[in-house]
Design a protein around this ligand. Structure first.
Ligand code: HEC
Ligand SMILES: [Cu+2]
Length: 389
């Protein structure tokens, strides 16, 4: 019976070797294809010197490395948390590469080695146990504990310790936009904005995160983090930007059809500039005169979902039978984009958004406005674009 099993193992082994041969064949075809595309020749072969034709592989490499920069790159760090995460990333990559190489080496070894003289079942068992305990238990435990020891301080660095020592900014995820709130102290007015996060640079900021509907994730790649935003729960991540700058951010947890169009524009300002930015918005709101028709139409068609600070209550018609909320529009004229990064803000952009938002961002939670005539939409757009603090 034992003999039979050995026989079967040998057959499986042959099948595996056939499979490996086929694999090597595939790899060879791929390599030829790569050489044809890049112009790289196999060393030792005769090089054809084609005049006027430069090798293309530096372009490939440049293209590949270009992915390491840019405003959404974790490798282009701009804050302390991101720098620590950067080293965790490299450490994990190094360990993963080492483990993979080890496993591939063993794999090839099993194909290449010669069948040893027959062993007794006891010996087989001992060898098997050694591999299972060594490779299957000891190795993962050691490498995971080592990584944990290395990574734990990084995780701790993003927690709000010591408490209350940092600027507080609240970020709420919605399908598919970001609400950003700056709570006031005492009598101060709370400042609310959307799809744009302004923060002080050179000091820690506590981001209090939650969600209004499904799970989203808050992620500013160059500053570090990535923390889930869970409905009904307040999670905090402490991040710091080294110096003033603009950073990209993106929802990092699939949250529905328009998840990709949920971008957040992050701006770090010097402390003074940040205080001024906030103070402008904290002062009690006063709407400029004019645009009476536009305001009336806004009260009728839009105010049930959108707030504009200082908008007169008596104009608001709230006859909606749902609880969808839209972005606060109090300072919409000063925002860099509309629809969470879908449309750059410029003259006429709001009117364009109001007519085409379901094409620009299909399925977004704002209903189409076909029942409102274009002229009115243009008026509303022109008025909203004047809303700057
Ligand atoms: C049923 C609720 C609802 C109504 C009614 C509504 N909106 Fe919206 N609006 C939204 C939602 C939700 C969004 C966010 C869409 C997205 O980006 O996914 C939005 C986005 C916007 C934006 C882009 C804001 C930004 O910062 O990206 C503007 C401007 C806007 N609405 C204006 C209007 C105007 C003007 C009206 C009335 C004609 C109106 N909305 C009616 C829900 C509504
Ligand atoms: Cu998302």
């Amino acid at each position: 019976m034992y003999q039979g099993r050995v026989h079967r193992v040998a057959e499986d082994g042959n099948a595996a070797i056939d499979g490996a041969d086929r694999l090597v064949g595939h790899v060879r075809v791929l390599c030829d294809r790569f050489r044809a595309l890049t112009g790289i020749q196999r060393p030792g072969r005769h090089r054809v010197n084609r005049p006027g034709r430069l090798p293309r592989w530096p372009l490939w490499l440049a293209g590949l490395l270009a992915g390491c920069g840019g405003e959404m790159s974790i490798l282009d760090t701009a804050g302390s948390a991101a720098r620590q995460q950067f080293w965790v990333w490299w450490a994990m990559l190094a360990v993963a590469v080492a483990v993979s190489l080890g496993v591939y080496a063993l794999w090839f070894y099993t194909f290449c080695r010669r069948e040893p003289a027959s062993r007794t079942p006891r010996e087989e068992r001992r060898i098997m146990l050694r591999w299972v305990l060594g490779g299957g238990v000891a190795l993962p435990v050691v490498s995971i504990v080592a990584l944990l020891v290395f990574a734990a301080p990084t995780g701790r660095g993003m927690l709000p310790f010591p408490e209350g020592e940092a600027e507080r900014i609240e970020v709420i995820g919605h399908q598919w936009w970001w609400e950003v709130r700056y709570p006031g102290e005492g009598e101060e007015r709370e400042v609310v904005t959307a799809n744009r996060l302004v923060m002080p640079a050179g000091e820690p900021v506590d981001f209090h995160l939650t969600s209004d509907d499904v799970i989203h994730a808050f992620w500013i790649p160059r500053l570090g983090g990535k923390r889930d935003m869970v409905p009904g729960r307040d999670s905090i991540v402490r991040l710091e930007a080294d110096s003033p700058g603009v950073f990209g951010a993106q929802c990092a947890e699939y949250c529905g059809a328009q998840h990709t169009h949920m971008l957040l524009h992050v701006e770090a300002l010097e402390r003074d500039a940040f205080d001024a930015w906030l103070a402008e918005r904290r002062s009690s709101p006063e709407l400029q005169p004019g645009f009476d028709q536009a305001r009336e139409a806004f009260g009728e068609h839009c105010a049930a979902c959108h707030t504009v600070a200082g908008f007169p209550d008596e104009l608001v018609v709230d006859d909606l039978e749902h609880d969808i909320r839209g972005p606060d529009l109090s300072d919409v004229g000063s925002r860099p984009s509309l629809g969470a990064g879908v449309l750059p803000m410029e003259e006429g952009a709001i009117a364009y958004w109001l007519q085409h938002h379901q094409t620009l961002k299909p399925g977004n939670r704002m209903p189409p406005h076909h029942h409102i005539d274009t002229e009115t939409l243009h008026e509303i757009g022109a008025w909203l674009e004047t809303l700057e603090p």
